[in-house]
Write a protein that binds this ligand. Structure first.
Ligand code: NDP
Ligand code: HSE
Length: 432
């Protein structure tokens, strides 16, 4: 057995606490798998006095000093946020210490800088836990599929919003009511903004798109819409069509007619058929579809958050880093050679569902259809149901540039014959 791999743990909250527990309880097993003892030599927290469960001699409030200690080989960062975490991790990497982190917000902004620091010193940078918690997803993208050409990564990567949308779908509750329930059960944080406004999912989409398409994609490149605008009417409209609503991260390789390629990365609510495998993903679970030229379709499913599930991914990375140190190798480096341009959302092909209450008289359908035609948007399906003096009109389009679909809906909303735009949402899945 080689000499111990010495680990500094930054943060010992929901995830860090589980990492510390498993590292301690399963020290023998982990050492056997890594080829060396994996030894916890320090734990930085904000308030050491609040952690009587941890060995006092390991605790410090000075994360910067712990990172700089010559007695540390690997820094495991489970604090979160961008500063001062970025600074600490750059210091670690520049001095040859490997880093394991679950910090998607930091990676989605600064992964190029962190990777360059790792390359310069020959250190490892692993971050499996940053996307989809326990689910092994980034390693398959970085390693198992490195010989294939990935065309699409699409999935549910935020458990809080999935819990809320699942509750709205199963109980008919409105958004505010479902969010209250998620908060009461501990799924949503006191400040749920990062989840419900799609920031968390957008960071994850940036990481997924970067790995899948060998291109640097940051959170700012990801089109982001949260679930705050999803109404009980949207959910009911989806139900009428045999669909449900999910917040999806969709990363695609888009090939233009002239053969040029670009990358599209977006996060927004989507109607998907109830028969779609992502529709059956309920509660706080995550699931991600990957499509690749040779592999075809792959699906990854499991717990996307929580202390122990996320710790599983962190410890997998830690064992990989320890093995690399013992064997003298390195994990995968950043792969950004393709450097594809990021396609603006307006030019990204999408499909819309539009549900309208319109005046029930001759020629109305033709007038509405004329607006779609004027914007060069082709209609895939139309369904009409009569009410007393109005008709409910549901239109689903074929694929068109998102900007054309948006302007079509804006113009339709202003028509005299349109009493109400009941629901507008993008759709994915098989044709109507
Ligand atoms: P918590 O808020 O539960 O824990 C944060 C920890 O960081 C606490 O121990 C806190 O100390 C410590 N900390 C905060 N500021 C400092 C500081 N300045 N110096 C030293 N320590 C500090 O966070 P989570 O465990 O939930 O999340 C950690 C990371 O994992 C984040 O990047 C998050 O995005 C990511 N992640 C979390 C998942 C989850 O399910 N929770 C899932 C996937 C990823 P103290 O205990 O004293 O307050
Ligand atoms: N807040 C995130 C979620 C935690 O709800 O999925 C996991 O990244």
């Amino acid at each position: 057995m080689s000499s111990p791999v010495k680990v500094a743990l930054l943060g010992c909250g929901t995830v860090g606490g589980e990492v510390a527990r498993i590292l301690t309880e399963q020290a023998g097993e982990l050492a056997a798998r890594a080829g060396a003892p994996v030894e916890l030599v320090g734990i930085a927290v904000r308030r050491p006095d609040k952690h009587p469960e941890l060995p006092a001699e390991l605790l410090t409030a000075d994360a910067a000093a712990l990172v700089s200690s010559p007695d540390v080989d690997v820094v495991v960062e489970l604090i979160g946020g961008i500063e001062p975490t970025r600074d600490w991790l750059l210091t670690a990497l520049k001095s040859g210490k490997s880093v394991v982190t679950a910090n998607k917000a930091l990676l989605a902004e600064h992964s190029a800088e962190l990777s360059q620091a790792a390359d310069a010193s020959g250190a490892d940078l692993y971050f499996e836990a940053a996307v989809a918690g326990a689910i092994p997803l980034l390693r398959p993208l970085r390693e198992s599929l490195a010989g294939d050409r990935i065309t699409r990564v699409m999935g549910i990567v935020n458990g809080t919003t999935n819990f809320i949308l699942s509750a709205m779908d199963s109980t008919g509750a409105g958004y505010a009511e479902a969010l209250d329930e998620a908060t009461r059960l501990g799924y949503a944080e006191a400040d749920p903004t990062a989840d419900v406004d799609g920031y968390d999912a957008a960071s994850k989409a940036a990481i997924l798109a970067s790995l899948a398409f060998h291109t640097r994609v940051t959170a700012a490149d990801v089109h982001r819409e949260g679930i705050g605008g999803v109404t009980a009417s949207d959910i009911a409209a989806a139900r009428l069509l045999g669909r449900t609503v999910k917040l999806l991260a969709i990363c695609e390789r888009v090939t233009a007619e002239d053969g040029t390629e670009s990358v599209s990365a977006r996060v927004h609510p989507v109607m998907i058929p109830r028969a779609h495998q992502l529709a059956g993903v309920g509660g706080a679970f995550n699931a991600v579809y990957v499509e690749a030229d040779a592999a075809g379709e792959l699906m990854f499913y499991g717990q996307g958050a929580g202390g122990a599930p996320t710790a599983s991914a962190v410890l997998g990375d830690l064992v990989a880093v320890a093995r690399n140190r013992v064997g003298g190798g390195r994990g995968p480096r950043e792969s950004a050679h393709a450097a594809l341009p990021v396609r603006p959302m307006g030019q990204t092909p999408t499909r819309y569902h539009v549900s309208l209450d319109v005046a029930d008289r001759p020629g109305v359908l033709a007038q509405v259809a004329q607006v779609f035609a004027a914007h060069d948007v082709s209609i895939a399906a139309v369904r009409q149901r009569d009410r007393l003096s109005t008709a409910s009109l549901v239109i689903v389009t074929h694929s068109a540039p998102d900007a054309a679909l948006g302007s079509t809906v804006d113009e339709i909303a202003k028509m005299d014959v349109v009493r109400e735009v009941v629901s507008v949402m993008r759709v994915e899945g098989e044709d109507y």
